[in-house]
Each structure stands twice: as C-alpha cells, then as structure tokens.
Write a protein that binds this ligand. Structure first.
Ligand code: FAD
Length: 329
C-alpha cells in the first residue's frame, strides 16, 4: 500500500492549523498508510493533537521554528525519505508553498499546487483564474500536492497527551537569519480566512453621495464598525485598493492584499456581502467559492443584478450599514 505523508508545521497559537487538519482528513480518505511529518521547534503538542491519525515523524529544533526556505526544504526532504512516501500532501501555507516545489525537484518527484479536491487518486484544480476546472492523475512518485484551505472537513483530533513520535534528523544549516517581522498592514488585521462572512467594500464608499459631498471618515467608521461587530474578513474591489495605493487619503486599513477578483484573491467564506461595489466580472470571478452572495448598491442595474448575487439590496450602503452596525451592537 502506498505511503501518504502529510507535512505539517507548528503554528503560533495552535499546535496544528485548521488547513493542516483538513489535509490530514483528506489523506485519511485516500486509503493508503498515513504518516504525519511534523516540523517545528518542539513538536510534542502537535504530535499530541494528531496522535492516532497515522505514524508520527518529526524534525524539530530551534532552527526549524522560523519559516525559511533552506530549513523547511531540508526538513521536508528528510521526512519524505524517512517515511518512504509515494504521495506527499501539505496545506498551501506560505511556508510549504515556498519550499515544496524545490523539495519535489530534489526528490525527482512531481508537484501540483492549488489543489481544490482529491478523490480516489485524482485531483481537481482550477486554471485561468477559476474559469476552467481540470481533473488529473500522475504516475510519477513521489507526487507532492499543495491543498488549498477550506476545501474539505478538518480532522477531528482526538489527541493523546505525551504521544510518542520518531525524530528525524535534517540539515539545519542556513545562511538566512530572520531578524524580525514587518507586517504589510500597520493597523488591525482585516483579512481573516476562517471568518464566516466576507465583507467587501467597493469604490462607491469614496464617491460623492446624495448631498454632493464625499464622506470618507464616515465610510471608514462604518466599515470598521461592521468588521468589529461581525468578525467578518475585509475584501475590496480593485478600484478602491488602487485609490488607497496611489497615496490618496482613502481607507488606511486597505491594501492590495484585500483585493478580491481576477487579479486578486479567491477567498472561501460561507457568505459574502458587497457594498458600494458594482459587481464587474473581473471582481466577481473571485467570489467563485462564496456560497451565499449579497450586495448593497444604489443602482438596480449594477453587475450584481445580472445573476451574480443571490440577493441584491437596492439601497444606500451608508444607511444600511448604519442600521446593521446598530443591530450588531
Ligand atoms: C484585466 C482586469 C483585471 C481586473 N481584476 C480585478 C480584480 O481582481 N478585482 C476587482 O475588484 N476588480 C478588477 N478589475 C477591475 C474591475 O473591472 C472593476 O473596474 C472594479 O472591480 C470596479 O470597482 P468598484 O465596483 O469598487 O467601483 P465602481 O465601478 O466605481 O462602482 C462603485 C459602485 O458603488 C455604488 N455606490 C456608490 N455609492 C453608493 C451608496 N451610497 N450605496 C450603495 N452603492 C453605492 C455605485 O452605484 C457603483 O455601482 C479588473 C479589470 C481588468 C481589466
């Protein structure tokens, strides 16, 4: 039977992230021998949280705490060898997405990225910005797959404190030293991939309103109030983030990382609410995986009205958000 290795790195706050537990559940459904390869400074808590799901292997030590190409690649390479893996699955975290293509090359294997489904040895993924879905299999081994977050249920860890795991040695040598972290956004963290709701702000928030004036400060208050009250993740249209990026005093908490769409991100949330956003195709294509889509727009003929939203509220978003924030307390 083929060995399926699931690569997981430890994370601040939780021993194993939700995306990792989703990959583990997907691996268990494939019908091979599951091995789990852990990487981190100390893997005891991570091992305890996934104990019982498969053979436990770990590369641990201070050198493997920091995300870094050289150490992550050498840890993954050692784990693949130790497990004798034919298939290697990992969540598409920035850490694994950066180093696994190189590890596949070292192992003379193949890699597929942005995998959105895995069934009976066949993967599915999207091409051309979520417009074409492909199914494919590969005969080459080891076959590495980077799975997108949110595409399946997470492994419901039973856990076992003090679970034993096999230590694997990897080359810790690296010329790269992490000196600190510079976050792309200075303010509040507005991108929350695991939130139930995606709240999207469009360029309409910056346009002249019915009194003939723009109300940027009020717009910022309403948007931040909504995020606080609902715990939603903040998305944006390209027009609005472009304005913010051009040095205009627009909405300081927005960056290009918030942009949803063809040239932006394709988030996965159960619900989405677009406000002051027209619903142009290059924006809406990023909403492919949002299950319930709603929009608030003054224009009854906006893009959302043409089959792109489940519900369109033809209304003034300033008034709607005022009331919504009041209800959210
Ligand atoms: C190759 C290419 C790639 C692109 N990629 C992306 C992408 O990744 N993401 C993206 O977003 N765009 C992308 N675009 C741009 C896209 O086509 C649109 O121009 C953009 O999404 C429009 O942004 P918007 O809806 O915020 O602004 P606008 O088109 O200016 O719409 C503003 C809306 O706000 C409404 N409004 C104003 N005031 C109120 C109010 N008080 N209450 C309610 N509604 C109000 C207006 O009725 C209007 O519909 C791309 C374009 C191209 C050509």
């Amino acid at each position: 039977m083929e060995t399926i290795l699931v690569l997981l790195h430890t994370e601040a706050g939780a021993p194993v992230g939700k995306a990792g537990l989703e990959v583990l559940e997907a691996a268990r459904g494939l019908g091979g021998d599951v091995a789990i390869g852990l990487v981190g400074a100390d893997c005891a808590a991570a091992a305890a949280s996934v104990a019982g799901a498969g053979r436990l292997l770990a590369v641990e030590g201070e050198a493997f705490a920091q995300p870094r190409y050289a150490t992550d690649a050498s840890a993954a390479e050692a784990l693949v060898k130790a497990a004798g893996a034919g298939i290697v699955l990992a969540p598409a975290t920035s850490r694994w997405a950066r180093c696994l293509p190189g590890v596949a090359q070292r192992a003379a294997g193949r890699i597929d990225t942005h995998v959105t489904g895995l069934n009976d040895g066949t993967l599915t993924r999207w091409y051309y910005r979520q417009r074409i879905e492909a199914s494919l299999r590969r005969a080459e081994r080891p076959w590495f797959l980077l799975l997108e977050a949110g595409i399946g249920p997470a492994y419901a860890a039973a856990g076992a404190a003090g679970a034993a795991y096999e230590r694997v040695t990897a080359e810790p040598g690296s010329r790269t030293e992490a000196k600190g972290v510079i976050a792309p956004q200075s303010g509040e963290q507005t991108i929350k991939p695991e939130a139930e709701l995606l709240f999207v702000a469009g360029a309409g928030w910056t346009k002249k309103q019915k009194d003939g004036a723009v109300h940027m400060d009020r717009a910022a208050e309403l948007i931040l109030g909504m995020l606080k009250g609902s715990g939603a993740s903040l998305g944006s249209s390209k027009s609005l983030v472009d304005l913010s990026g051009e040095g205009h005093a627009v909405l300081p908490f927005l960056s290009h990382l918030n942009q949803v769409g063809q040239t932006g991100s394709t988030p996965r949330h159960a619900k989405g609410l677009a406000t002051c956003c027209h619903g142009e195709e290059p924006h809406v294509v990023g909403w492919r995986f949002i299950q319930d889509r709603r929009a608030v727009n003054l224009d009854a003929n906006c893009g959302w009205a043409r089959g792109k939203a489940d519900v369109l509220y033809v209304a003034d978003a300033f008034e709607v958000m005022e009331e919504l924030n009041r209800l959210l307390g």
